[in-house]
Design a protein around this ligand. Structure first.
Ligand SMILES: Nc1ncnc2c1ncn2[C@@H]1O[C@H](COP(=O)(O)OP(=O)(O)OP(=O)(O)O)[C@@H](O)[C@H]1O
Length: 126
């Protein structure tokens, strides 16, 4: 891990952003769940804006789910590297990481049900 150079270096920041974007692309290719979550976010955010729902909780919920899916993918890769064979600790690590995504997804669903769904129904029916 290199952290030298000025904190204000645009070149350093751009280099880090390119690596981060590569992580998003790798996860998009490898993880069907990530593709589903990105699709849900891309649908829900414009709908939330359209019906006048508060955008901050919706954006935060989407960011949380996608971020945890990226971390879950990173952890799976590290576990597969460190423990290609079956090991109880590898199972604990992978299951806990998967549980974090599940919990965030349930929270995001709750935000959608509380903040977006009633306004959407009002727009469509009212
Ligand atoms: N090395 C291992 N040792 C023990 N159990 C493992 C190991 N690798 C995977 N598992 C078990 O199998 C499950 C699925 O693991 P896998 O690596 O296939 O993730 P996945 O199906 O790609 O998960 P996700 O849907 O979150 O991407 C894990 O949650 C864990 O319970």
């Amino acid at each position: 891990m290199k952290s030298g150079g000025s904190a204000l270096s645009v070149r350093r920041w751009w280099r880090s952003a390119r690596f981060a974007w590569q992580g998003v692309r790798d996860t998009w290719r490898a993880q069907a769940n990530f593709r589903i979550e990105v699709t849900c976010a891309a649908l829900v955010i414009p709908v939330a804006a359209w019906v006048g729902a508060p955008l901050a909780p919706v954006l935060l919920a989407c960011a949380l789910v996608l971020s945890l899916e990226l971390i879950n993918t990173a952890l799976e890769a590290v576990v597969d590297l460190a423990s290609p064979d079956i090991h109880p600790l590898a199972r604990v690590a992978k299951d806990a990481a998967a549980a974090s995504v599940l919990l965030a997804s349930l929270g995001a669903l709750g935000v959608g049900v509380v903040e977006v769904l009633p306004r959407l129904l009002q727009h469509l029916l009212g």
